[in-house]
Design a protein around this ligand. Structure first.
Ligand SMILES: C[S@@+](CC[C@H](N)C(=O)[O-])C[C@H]1O[C@@H](n2cnc3c(N)ncnc32)[C@H](O)[C@@H]1O
Length: 307
């Protein structure tokens, strides 16, 4: 008799979410053809996005470490074949290769620019021999590009970019060997800025930026527990964490500067002229190292096992 899947929610107070990214409901446009926030592969050349991803990774390092620990515990043995789906600049790829020294890590991304960055970082880290890059679209038959009987699949902040995440999870199930582990990460929860005026004197400017972003569907959050169970996974656990960034460090200030710049681009016609001017002042203050702003954002990761 088949045993029922086990779902362990590590954050039982979290309200139920829809099974698809909250930002766009159930539309499944092709990448680049829809209006879903954060949908589709990264542009070929987006230096700011790559820098933002790397700075985000620096600050989210404790979450990455916790996800690696949980994945290793769920697998229970050293993985030999690992896939990183939507690998971006290679944060997960490099961490997986460093953590699992006997593993070959396959980094998949549909952006040639990101693949180039992964290759360069792998070479710099001396890990090239165990890292294979694959320029491939996760909305296609990507399993054909990777070995069968994969031990671990990693999808950090990438599933929500795909047209049909449930299909991708079914494909992950098929490429994993029995006992194999999948880890998925997404944004979650509230974003906060302190002080709320972003150091500009414009009362609650940060709150209005957060509200306007929410109207546009940012941050893109997603909920994969149901989809993981539906794909056949067992022992599904869900873990929430908070990522804190402070402009008191150079990396934190640069992250917040780039992030507010990106927000300003997204919110051009959503904010009034005064708030746009305030945002410009906040960005300039961060760039000049003259501003003190703290920021928090939520992360959630799932770990699940193919029975
Ligand atoms: C937000 S980034 C996350 C990168 C990395 N996993 C991390 O945690 O930093 C999402 C990545 O998924 C890639 N991506 C989006 N849609 C994709 C698709 N359909 N096929 C392959 N890669 C895709 C993007 O090009 C981008 O590099």
């Amino acid at each position: 008799m088949q045993s029922l899947p086990t779902v362990v929610d590590m954050t039982p107070t979290t309200p139920a979410h829809p099974a698809q990214p909250a930002a766009h409901g159930h539309h499944h446009e092709r990448p680049g053809h829809g209006d879903r926030p954060g949908h589709g592969p990264a542009p070929e050349n987006d230096t700011d996005l790559a820098e933002l991803l790397d700075l985000d990774a620096q600050h989210a390092a404790p979450v990455l470490a916790a996800a690696l620990d949980a994945a290793a515990a769920a697998l229970g043995h050293a993985p030999r074949e690992v896939v990183d789906l939507g690998a971006g600049t290679g944060t997960g790829t490099l961490a997986l290769a460093a953590r699992f020294s006997g593993a070959r890590v396959h980094a998949l991304d549909a952006s040639a620019g990101m693949i180039e960055r992964i290759r360069a970082s792998a070479a710099l880290s001396g890990l090239s021999e165990r890292i294979e890059t694959h320029l491939v679209d996760l909305d296609t038959d990507w399993p054909a590009a990777v070995p069968h009987e994969v031990d671990m699949a990693w999808a950090a902040l990438s599933l929500h970019h795909t047209s049909d995440p449930s299909r991708v999870l079914r494909q992950v199930f098929d490429v994993l060997r029995p006992g194999g582990v999948v880890v998925a990460t997404e944004f979650s929860g509230a974003t906060t800025y302190s002080p709320a005026d972003l150091g500009t004197g414009s009362s609650d400017l940060g709150g209005r930026v957060v509200s306007a972003l929410a109207t546009r569907g940012y941050p893109v959050t997603a909920e994969w527990t149901e989809a993981l169970v539906a794909a056949g996974f067992s022992d599904v656990s869900r873990h929430e964490a908070t990522v804190a960034v402070s402009s008191r460090t150079a990396a934190g200030a640069r992250f917040l500067e780039l992030q507010l710049q990106r927000n300003r681009e997204l919110l051009g016609d959503e904010l009034g002229a005064d708030d746009l001017a305030g945002l410009d002042a906040a960005i300039a203050g961060l760039g000049a190292g003259a501003s003190s702003v703290d920021h928090t954002s939520g992360r959630v990761f799932w770990v699940a096992v193919r029975p």
